[in-house]
Write a protein that binds this ligand. Structure first.
Ligand code: PLP
Length: 379
C-alpha cells in the first residue's frame, strides 16, 4: 500500500458500538466488570484505552513495525527505552542531538549507573570503535537537531547486530514519511509525536515503534508501571494528525528546498545546514535512506554573533520565535539559548553549534511569503 493510503487508514476501525468512522475519545479511567475478573479486555486506563490502542496500531503501521507504544512525551518514550538497561550498561550516543535527550541521559540516567559514550555517529567507524562488551544500546538521531548531521542507519544497525546491541533511532526530524529506520535494521524507532506526527503544535506526545515481541512486552510493562501514558484526547489529535502527514510533509519538503536555496545565496548568510544540498558531507547517505529532505534547517550569519542573530530572531513576522518544530506554521529558534541551553557551552561549541546559529522549522505556508519574511528580517 502507498504511503498516502496507509496514513489515512492506519489504526482506523469503525467503532464497534456505533460504527463511528473516527475512533472516539474514550475519556474514562476505568471499565465496569460483570464479575471479578470478567471484562472485555479493558480494566484500567493506564494499562488499556481504546483511543490509545488505535493510535498505537497506527504508529506501528506508519513505521512498518509490528508494534507501537504511545507515551506522554518524546522524552518519556526515550526514558522508557533507557529503563531497559541496568547499572553498568553502556550507551553509545550521538554527540550532536536534541538537548532534552542529552539532559535526560547526563542528569537522570547517568546517576542510575548507565554510562554514555558520545561520538560523532556521522562516521559509522566511530561507533564501531566505541563498542565494548558492556554496550547495550546505540542511540542515534538523524538528521540531528539542529546541525542536520546524517548517520548511516543501515551501517550502524549492522554494527549493533554484530555486538548483540540494540539500535534506537530518534526519527523525529525526518518523520516516517521521509525515513523508516526499522527497514534499515534499527531495533526501535522513537518519535516526539509533538512534532510532525501531531503536526499542529497542539499536543505533547512521544512514541516507540518496533518489531520484537519480547522487547515490546518489556516496554509495555515499563509504560504501564511508570505510567507516562498520553490521555485519550491527545491520542485522538495525533491520530488525526497522521491522516495528513503525507500532504504536510510534501509541502514541508517543497518549501524547504526553496528556503534553503534562498538562504544559501544570501550575501549576509554564512553557512546553511540542510541535508538536501549535494555538498552536505553526508548527502549520499541522506539520499540513500531518506525519500526527501524536509523543512528543518539551520544557518549562521556571516557576522556570527548573538547580537546579529538576535536581530533576525526578533524581526520575523511570519516565522514565530518559539521552541518546537514540525507544525504547519513556520518557527524560528535560537538553539544556544532555547532548545539546546541544557548543553554546556564548551561542549556545544565543540560540537559545532555556535552562539549565533539560527534554526528554522519551515512550515507549509506559501514559500514566497516565507522568503519575503526572511529577506526583511536578515535585511
Ligand atoms: C522535541 C524532541 C524530542 C523530545 O520530545 P518531547 O515531545 O518534547 O518530549 C526528542 N527528540 C527530538 C529530535 C525532538 O525534536
Amino acid at each position: 500500500m502507498k504511503l498516502a493510503t496507509k496514513y489515512i487508514h492506519a489504526g482506523a476501525h469503525p467503532d464497534p458500538s456505533t460504527g463511528a468512522i473516527m475512533t472516539p475519545i474514550y475519556q474514562t479511567s476505568t471499565y465496569v466488570q460483570s464479575a471479578p475478573g470478567v471484562h472485555q479486555g479493558y480494566e484500567y486506563a493506564r494499562s488499556q484505552n481504546p483511543t490509545r490502542f488505535a493510535l498505537e496500531e497506527a504508529f506501528a503501521v506508519i513505521e512498518n513495525g509490528k508494534f507501537g507504544l504511545a507515551f506522554a512525551s518524546g522524552v518519556a518514550a526515550t526514558d522508557a527505552v533507557m529503563r531497559l538497561l541496568v547499572p553498568g550498561d553502556e550507551v553509545v550516543a550521538a554527540h550532536d542531538m536534541y538537548g532534552g535527550s542529552f539532559r535526560l541521559f547526563s542528569k537522570v540516567h547517568e546517576k542510575m549507573g548507565i554510562k554514555f559514550i558520545y561520538v560523532d555517529t556521522s562516521d559509522a567507524n566511530n561507533v564501531a570503535k566505541a563498542m565494548t562488551p558492556a554496550t547495550k544500546l546505540i542511540w542515534l538521531e538523524t538528521p540531528t537537531n539542529p546541525l542536520m548531521n546524517i548517520s548511516d542507519i543501515e551501517a550502524i544497525s549492522t554494527i549493533g547486530k554484530k555486538h548483540n546491541c540494540m539500535v534506537c533511532v530518534d526519527n523525529t526530524f525526518a518523520s516516517p514519511y521521509l525515513q523508516n529506520p526499522l527497514d534499515q535494521g534499527a531495533t526501535i524507532v522513537m518519535h516526539s509525536a509533538t512534532k510532525y506526527l501531531g503536526g499542529h503544535s497542539d499536543v505533547i506526545q512521544g512514541c516507540l515503534m518496533l518489531n520484537d515481541q519480547t522487547l515490546r512486552d518489556q516496554l509495555y510493562f515499563i509504560q504501564k508501571s511508570t505510567g507516562a501514558v498520553p490521555g485519550p484526547q491527545d491520542c485522538f489529535l495525533v491520530l488525526r494528525g497522521i491522516k495528513t502527514l503525507h500532504v504536510r510533509m510534501q509541502r514541508h519538503c517543497e518549501n524547504g528546498i526553496q528556503v534553503a536555496a534562498y538562504l544559501r545565496q544570501h550575501p549576509k548568510v554564512g553557512k546553511v545546514y540542510w541535508c538536501g544540498f549535494e555538498d552536505h558531507p553526508n548527502h549520499a547517505i541522506a539520499k540513500k535512506q531518506m525519500r526527501g529532505f524536509g523543512g528543518m534547517m539551520s544557518f549562521t550569519l556571516k557576522t556570527d554573533t548573538i547580537e546579529a542573530a538576535t536581530k533576525v530572531l526578533s524581526s520575523t513576522k511570519v516565522f514565530s520565535l518559539a521552541e518546537s518544530l514540525g507544525g504547519v506554521e513556520s518557527l524560528i529558534n535560537h538553539p544556544a539559548s532555547m532548545t539546546h541551553a541544557s548543553i554546556p557551552r564548551d561542549q556545544r561549541i565543540a560540537n559545532g553549534l555556535s552562539d549565533g546559529l539560527i534554526r528554522l522549522s519551515v512550515g507549509i505556508e506559501d514559500a514566497d511569503d516565507l522568503i519575503a519574511d526572511l529577506a526583511q528580517a536578515i535585511g
